[in-house]
Design a protein around this ligand. Structure first.
Ligand code: ADP
Length: 498
């Protein structure tokens, strides 16, 4: 019997059985080369356990399993039954919310409160897409009296899905929801930093009753397993969430292999704009939530904060206090808002950006250092006195670091807001409805929030303009990314060319 489970413990659930194998064909298996890699607890920097690593050979096996399921048993399942299976999976996640959230906190470092919120969102997302399964419809059109034309929607086939570490379970749900409800099969690779929660969830896939091979979940590294998925000749579509640099590599791999369909959800450098007439206390809370939620590890984080000159000084003073009041520490403490960054690499990158900000002459209003002496914790950090051309204003930091700048006019702030290669999200805080709509319409971003931030919901499309990506996730809109369109023209007798 392969060694594909281990006993682990979380501070709030006690011991549990953690799967460590690759989940292929509804079973946990070792990799062909029997390689494993260590999973690190970001709060303590200690090893939690080791999991099996997928190499190219394992990707081949997983893709073959997904192909077999796609051509066989999954085709036999009616759309209604597909929806029921997905709903059952959602219910199992709901019943196991405590353990899923605890494993997420252990592995990713996010606070248990946030992790519980993530699992709630996973359940909502899976139920929403379960509901879509039997609502995928084609159309007919009248072209000529002796012809019958119909336009049919069909699943694409085997979908490769590559997800990041910032929302390990939620990104999985965003990806598998639309892929499965439209009748595709999936090989999903989790991020090497955070493989554990998806493996716990994988157990419920079998329990829910999915046929083997429909949803395969593998742990592994981007340059090995991720690259193998992107370049695979029998993967029909690849969906990716992660950095822009890797997004480019995936697109190149797709282009030079079988031209598989590509959707990308990439980085951001989102502007968060506060006008003089905003409710200042509310704005501060949302700006704080916009940047420090999930430790700044959000592609849509509101990292560039523009405050109008009439309230600038008051805003900076109050925002500084608010940021300093965020509780940083043990993710399992119920009051914690900000846990550690996910890895040493991320910690070092973020500290590098803080250093760059200092060297380029920006002022640190608060933070700027590590928090504590163990774990990858970083103080909530605010820079002021920044210029648009500074590294901290142009590049994605992906940590609890933001920059605040002053503006005078609406025209000026629209220009500043759009002065980025990215276009994922933006926010506007004002009591004036006309300003809110004018500015929302002028910002080049896939999502704009007015008087709030991070109000992401599975019913609303999410994705980026410019270098923030290709295609949209969530909502009804994502479904087309997982469907082929077939035009069928039937001649109903009659003369040739008659
Ligand atoms: P980060 O830099 O924040 O870790 P990445 O974009 O590197 O974000 O990682 C997001 C996901 O992409 C992870 O699952 C990772 O393994 C995967 N990945 C990294 N490099 C590649 C690659 N060259 N091809 C395919 N997937 C990759």
């Amino acid at each position: 019997m392969a060694n594909v489970f281990t006993e682990l413990k979380t501070p709030i659930t006690g011991t549990y059985k953690q799967p460590t194998g690759l989940f292929i064909n509804n079973e946990f298996v070792e990799g062909v080369d029997k390689k494993t890699f260590e999973v690190i607890n970001p709060s303590t920097e200690e090893v939690i356990c080791s999991v099996h690593e997928a190499t190219e050979k394992d990707v081949d096996i997983a893709v073959a399993a997904a192909r077999k399921a796609f051509e066989g048993p999954w085709r036999e399942v009616t759309p209604q039954k597909r929806g029921q299976l997905m709903y059952k999976l959602a219910e199992l996640c709901e019943q196991n919310l405590d353990i899923l959230a605890a494993v997420e906190s252990l592995d990713n470092g996010k606070s248990i409160t946030l992790a519980r919120g993530d699992v709630g969102a996973v359940v909502g997302c899976l139920k929403y897409y379960a509901g879509w399964a039997d609502k995928i419809e084609g159309t007919t059109t009248d072209v000529a009296p002796d012809m019958f034309h119909y336009i049919k929607k069909e699943p694409i086939g085997v979908c490769g899905q590559i997800i990041p570490w910032n929302f390990p379970l939620l990104m999985l749900a965003w990806k598998i929801g639309p892929a499965l409800c439209t009748g595709n099969t999936v090989v999903l690779k989790t991020a090497e930093q955070t493989p554990l929660s998806a493996l716990v969830l994988a157990q419920y896939v079998k329990e829910a009753g999915f046929p083997p091979g429909v949803l395969n979940i593998i742990s592994g590294f981007g340059k090995v397993a991720g690259a193998a998925i992107s370049a695979h000749m029998d993967v029909d579509k690849v969906a990716f969430t992660g950095s822009t640099i890797v997004g480019r590599a995936i697109m190149k791999a797709a282009a030079s292999s079988n031209l598989k369909k590509v959707t990308l959800e990439l980085g951001g450098k989102s502007p968060n704009i506060v006008f003089n007439d905003a409710d200042i206390e509310q704005a501060i809370s949302w700006v704080n939530f916009g940047i420090y939620y999930n430790h700044g590890q959000c592609c849509c984080a509101g990292t560039r904060i523009y405050v109008q000159d009439g309230i600038y000084d008051k805003f900076v003073a109050a925002f500084k206090k608010r940021a300093e009041a965020n509780k940083v520490g043990d993710p399992f403490h119920h009051e914690t808002f900000q846990g550690p960054q996910v890895s040493q690499l991320q910690f070092d990158r973020i500290m590098g950006y803080i250093q760059a900000g200092k060297e380029e002459g920006a002022t640190i209003e608060t933070g700027g250092d590590r928090h504590g002496d163990k774990g990858y914790f970083i103080q909530p950090t605010i820079f002021s006195n920044v210029r648009s051309d500074m590294k901290i204003m142009q590049e994605e930091i992906f940590g609890p670091v933001c920059a605040i700048a002053k503006f005078s006019t609406e025209e000026e702030v629209i220009k500043l807001g759009n002065d980025t290669t990215y276009g994922l999200a933006a926010a506007v805080h004002t009591k004036d409805l006309n300003t809110a709509i004018r500015v929302s319409n002028a910002l080049k971003a896939g999502t704009v929030w007015v008087n709030c931030y991070n109000m992401i919901h599975h019913q609303m499309p999410f994705g980026g303009y410019k270098a923030s990506g290709i295609g949209r996730e969530l909502g009804k809109e994502v479904l087309n990314n997982y469907l082929e369109t077939k035009s069928v023209s039937v001649r109903l007798g009659g003369a040739l060319f008659g």
